[in-house]
Design a protein around this ligand. Sequence first.
Ligand code: MN
Length: 351
Amino acid sequence: MTKINNLKQAMQKEDKYQSFLVFNSANLTYFSGFQGSMALRIPLEGESTLFVSAVNFEQAKAEVKGLNIQLVKRGENLMETIANQAGALGAKFAVDSLGIESWRALAKAVGGEEKLEVASNLIRELRKVKDQQEIQLIRQACKIADAGMQKAKETIRVGVREKEVAAEAEYAMRKAGSDGVAFDTIVASGFCCAFPHSTFQDRTVKEGDFVMVDLGATHRFYRSDITRTFVAGKGSEKQKRIHEVVKLAQKKAIEHIKPGVAAKEVDMTARRVIEEAGFGDFFVHNLGHGVGLEVHEAPILSTDSKDVLEAGNVVTVEPGIYLPGFGGVRIEDTVLVTEGGAERLTGAFAF
Ligand SMILES: [Mn+2]
């Protein structure tokens, strides 16, 4: 229960919370290793309690170690159950995140909104730095994503439909052991590549089209994220030029990564390459984001990020150039920040 102890330490430093009440589903998985609980109470002292409804109770008992497991019966008010279990009605509670109606119900149960404080940042900071086991799971999710990308590459040809490429890639990932996709697979061709998140089209790939493939796998709740942009048939000089610029931007950014470096510096390193090539207006998103239990988490690689990189961070590096009406290129890998720099976790094949 190192993760829980780490949170207790962070709470001790703050010196104002009696308990941390966790509701966010990724945070619940993070601390319990289990998906399907309703809440977790982590008191400063003593055992933590996982609140589970009848539907998942038996599975939780079988799979969760080191936590009290409390059944929340059908019709029972979760917030009142938590408040009763927590006791100590004068105390202050840290909360990670809640919808507005649940927040009101919790406030009522503990005796006032002034007893609640949003402290999701404490958990954000913990989840940013992956331990060895988490890194191993992400590594495996990345390997599976590579298998999917390899299959996408083999499937892309003039005349193929976007959805067929996506289906083959996802099938390959399943066969390689994926628990599911990390997010909806994107296959975008031709002018659609100018939309960074194109999903609704089902174009038939034409000669000379860019084909952008963005996919990821999930392995025991941990995720991966990779993008490649291919050309069907023969590419033009302009296409090659754009692809080279994006590739160079990614390479320079990855070379810049090491512990102690500000995340915004890494974003700016890639952005500078693209600006110098004259495409500055067409890199319309952040350079990258953390990957773990969620496909978008901390740290963030953006121009206004306050994160500073640490060994154990896992981030994407994904520069792109998107030219309206023409198409676009994005190249993305999931990267581990190591003591010495960065290790690419995706991109095992030559694509
Ligand atoms: Mn991404």
